[in-house]
Every structure is written in C-alpha cells, then in structure tokens.
Ligand binder design. Structure first.
Ligand SMILES: Cc1ncc(COP(=O)(O)O)c(C=O)c1O
Ligand SMILES: Nc1c(O)cccc1C(=O)C[C@H](N)C(=O)O
Length: 375
C-alpha cells in the first residue's frame, strides 16, 4: 500500500543515517541539521566573542523566549511557559506549589506512571504530610480530600493517551488541581492547555521536540495562577530583581518565578534551534501521520507469533506501538544488531516510537520485517 506523506520533505531537515531504522525518538529525538551549526555559533561567537555580555544579549531571557516557542505547541499563550531544569525538578516545583497551604489530605498519582513522577510525588507527599494514592488513570476517582492529581498524557509503556479535557474536568469537579506530564505527547498532537484550564503542566524536550540529550524541560504556569505559584526552590533567577542581589527573596510577578538557577545556555540554544523545524509544520499533519505510521506498523506485526500489541488500537494513543513478548529484551538486542533501534521496557515490552517529522512508512516496514525474521 502506498502512503501519501505531507511531511516527507521534513526528514531532510534531520541528520539521519539511512542504514538505521530509528524508532526511539520518544526516548531521544534525532538532531535537526541546523543544531550543530547553531551550537558552534553559540560557542565560537556568542560565548567566544561576547563573553559575559551574552547574558544581556539574549541568554538571560532565553528560558521565557524559548518557553513561548514551546507554549505554541501546547496551546499556551505567551508568558506562561518557562524552559528550565529537568522534568523531575519541574514536577517537584509544580506539586509542591499545588499542595502548598491545602487543607486536603491526599495526592493522587497514576499507578503505572514513569518512575520519576511516582518518586517525586512520594517525596512531595512526605514533605507536605499528605497521603499518596496511586490509581488507575482510566478510572480516576478524585474526591473532596484530593489536593492534586498527577497524570501522564501518554503512558510511556503502553502509549495510551488520556482524554485531557475529560480528566481535567473530573479533577476540577471536586475542587482539586491537575498537573499534566506531557513528556510523551508534546510534539505528537495538538494540546490546549489554556482552553482546558489546566492548572500546571511539565514536559521534556529531548523526545519528540528533538532538543538533544538532557535538553532542559518546561513548566507551564497559567497567567491567573502565577501570583499563587509559590515554588519550593527559591533560587535567585526566579527573583523579581535578581541583579539587585537582595538578601530577601521576592518572586518575579510572572512565570519567571518558576526559574531556579543559571540556565544551561548551550543546551537551551540547541533546543531553540531544534524548535525551528516546528515553524514549518502543522501539528494536525504531524498527528495524522503519527496515527497512520503506527497503524501501518501495527497491521504488520499483529498476529506475529508470541506478540501481543498493548497500545490501544483506536485514537487514544500516542506515537508508539508497544508489543508484549516474553523474550522482549533479547529481541530488542537482536533488532539493534540489525540496525533497528527501539526500546525494551521491563519486564516484557518492546517499544517502537514513531516520530512523524522523520520516520517513514518504509521504516515501519523494515522494522516489522526484521522482527518477523527474528520470530
Ligand atoms: C513521563 C516521563 N516523565 C519524566 C521523564 C524524565 O524526566 P527527567 O527529564 O527529569 O529525567 C520521562 C523520561 O525520561 C518520562 O517519560
Ligand atoms: N531520559 C532518558 C535518559 O536520560 C536516558 C535514557 C532514556 C531516557 C528516557 O527519556 C526514557 C523515557 N522517558 C521513557 O519513556 O522510557
């Protein structure tokens, strides 16, 4: 079957090895070609020639400026997203801010969440004296004892997509707050944080946004919640007047209060360059191609001996196909020897991530053929 691909030309913007079928862009995205040149410029010219002057020539405000670029991909108007720190650190800030001063008794967390979310939620529960209640996010049951619910938009293991509108409404109906982890959905589908009235959201930029290994994460704090956003890590870069060097901490009025310490400028500007690709594409096309790619791959591997597809078949899914097989680890290792790169997630999941900006229908066919050959 031939597929029309409105994004076919976008693959040329990436530096990829055509010998390799790369299906792990949901762990680490591939590098857009312009990133190497930009990083070289940042090192040689900005740092090399401008030295300390770089801070007043765009570096200091990069977390908010790049944040606005990420904001466009998650339905956030300018001034509400800051790029900083890691997702784990931003989760800590968001959850601590969400429970501050609450008279409610519990934090609800997705029981199968990516481990760091569960670990951080536990620390916040311990620090704040609240209970932690893990739940199946498909059967969300917040109560008037719930202070905050932490949810993953797309599940890292199965690829299941939650209905953000429905879950947000359910949490708000009991007067609780919701924090969304968008790691596996940002750059996958249109997201409408402002329109849905989401309380807080975090996400990473090294997966489908292609920011590079360890590129800084983001944190969304909507305008009307900023005055009440008291984060626990009161570092000087979140101060209203950082260069006044005051001994008292006064948070910035806006989203900058979510900052902590000095931003990693080289990673930040690598991400800034990587985001250029998104100026040329429509998220609706990205979503349509992601669904088509994953449906194509699913059709090719469903029914292979010993394979169970655990990613939902309907549109409640992100851009990965997860397969269960008792020898998942060995199979993934052998696929890698055949230059098909995916991920193994313990104990028995083979995960294939499809990045519509650069993956092709031929990638799906080559990976499925390699897997079939091994089985
Ligand atoms: C859902 C989710 N949250 C958080 C993280 C990671 O957080 P950090 O960037 O802090 O390592 C990942 C992946 O590593 C993830 O899949
Ligand atoms: N963040 C990662 C890392 O530092 C090393 C290896 C993998 C990762 C990942 O992002 C894993 C990813 N969140 C996952 O869903 O499995």
């Amino acid at each position: 079957m031939s597929h029309t691909d409105p994004l076919a030309h976008v693959r040329d913007l990436f530096d990829l090895d055509d010998e390799v079928v790369y299906l792990d862009g949901n762990s680490l995205g591939a590098p857009p070609r312009n990133v190497a040149e930009r990083v070289q410029d940042v090192i040689a010219n900005q740092w090399g020639r401008r030295l300390i002057r770089g801070w007043s020539e765009g570096w200091w405000t990069a977390p908010e400026r790049v944040g606005d670029r990420v904001g466009r991909l998650v339905g956030a108007a300018p001034g509400q997203v800051v790029v900083a720190d890691s997702t784990s650190v931003n989760l800590f800030k968001a959850l601590m801010a969400a429970v501050r001063g609450t008279d409610r008794a519990e934090i609800v967390v997705d029981a199968g969440t990516f481990p760091t979310d569960g670990y951080v939620a536990r620390s916040v529960a311990e620090l704040s004296g609240l209970a932690l209640r893990p739940v199946d996010p498909e059967h969300l049951d917040p109560t008037d004892a719930t202070a905050v619910v932490l949810l993953n938009h797309v599940d890292y293991r199965t690829g299941r997509l939650l209905d953000m509108a429905e879950a947000t409404e359910r949490v708000h109906a009991v007067g609780a707050k919701v924090v969304w982890d968008l790691c596996h959905s940002v750059g996958v589908l249109p997201i409408e944080l402002d329109r849905l009235g989401v309380d807080l959201a975090v996400g990473c930029t090294y997966k489908f946004l292609n920011g590079g290994p360890g590129s800084p994460a983001f944190l969304y704090v909507p305008k009307d919640a900023q005055a009440d956003f008291h984060q626990p890590l009161t570092g000087w870069t979140g101060h209203r007047e950082p260069f006044a060097m005051s001994t008292d901490y006064t948070p910035d009025d806006g989203v900058s209060r979510a900052r902590v310490g000095t931003p990693d400028i080289i990673s930040m500007l690598a991400l800034d360059a990587a985001l250029d690709v998104w100026d040329q594409v429509d998220l609706a096309d990205v979503r349509a191609k992601g669904l088509a790619l994953t449906a194509h791959f699913r059709g090719l591997v469903e029914g292979l001996p010993g394979i169970e597809v655990i990613t939902p078949a309907d549109e409640r899914r992100g851009h990965q196909v997860s397969l269960r097989h008792p020898d998942a680890k060995a199979l993934m290792d052998r696929l890698a020897e055949r230059r098909v790169i995916g991920d193994h997630r313990p104990p028995d999941v083979l995960r294939f991530g499809f990045a519509p900006l650069y993956n092709t229908f031929e990638d799906a066919e080559r990976a499925a053929a390699a897997l079939e050959g091994l089985l």
